[in-house]
Design a protein. Sequence first.
Length: 293
Amino acid sequence: MGRALAQAYPEARDVFAQADQVLGFALSELCFEGPEPNLTDTVNQQPALLVTSLAALRAIEIRAPHLRPAFAAGHSLGEFSALVAAGCLGFADAVRLVRERGRLMKQAGETAPGGMAAVMNLDRDTLADVCQEASQASGQRVQIANDNAPGQIVISGHQDALARAVELAKSKGAKRAIPLKITIAAHSPLMALAARSFRGELDSVAFGPPRIPVVGNVYARPIVYADLRDELEMQLTSPVRWTESIQYLVAQGVTRFIEVGPKDVLAGLVRRIDSSASAMSVGDPASLDLLLA
């Protein structure tokens, strides 16, 4: 992950080198060489995704200075990349924060194990009712975690409640309801302890006013500068309202979306949310060439 970027662009290579220095170990080597089980450990995965995304962003900024974004938005962890892009958060602080965010989330998953499941082709309101019914029946909690796009929603919570919700969703007409291979119930009440601990880390970091609006996950609206820390704390236990975030941006007149990072998932979600929107991903030299063409 990110190796082609670093090989092609010295400014991207510098971003990885800075992250290595901040963390005190070779995150770059882990990104480029693996092993994959170590890279996908959330403690490493979160800073790896952030740094790879910001390395791609730096390459874009150097080679396409005429591209000036009107807004920034990020999905879950990506909100930190968006805040760096908007000038709210320094690079070194962002790297340290997401490393600690990953550690706290992993710890919460060990203390209060849970899970997540992807539900396809069931509307949000029906799925919210399903989660409420499963929570009441089990005496535990399950809720919508990621509203990714119409017909693609992830739920999260305690295992018993999650299992009930999966079966209920199928009975309500979900095309698929698939438990994910994960023991962390992200964006659910099971992350409450992690959120409280993470607030201490957030309070130790200086945030600046955004140069451009950053649409946050919690309210699907631009984050108020004074509420930045509240947003990032609440995000751990709140649903990612991605569908509404993209709909808000489209309503503001945004027609072109550029996903910056190692994958192309968000660009696909944008097109699914609004078929009239133009969306592309930039995360390697080939895609950057397409952007510049």
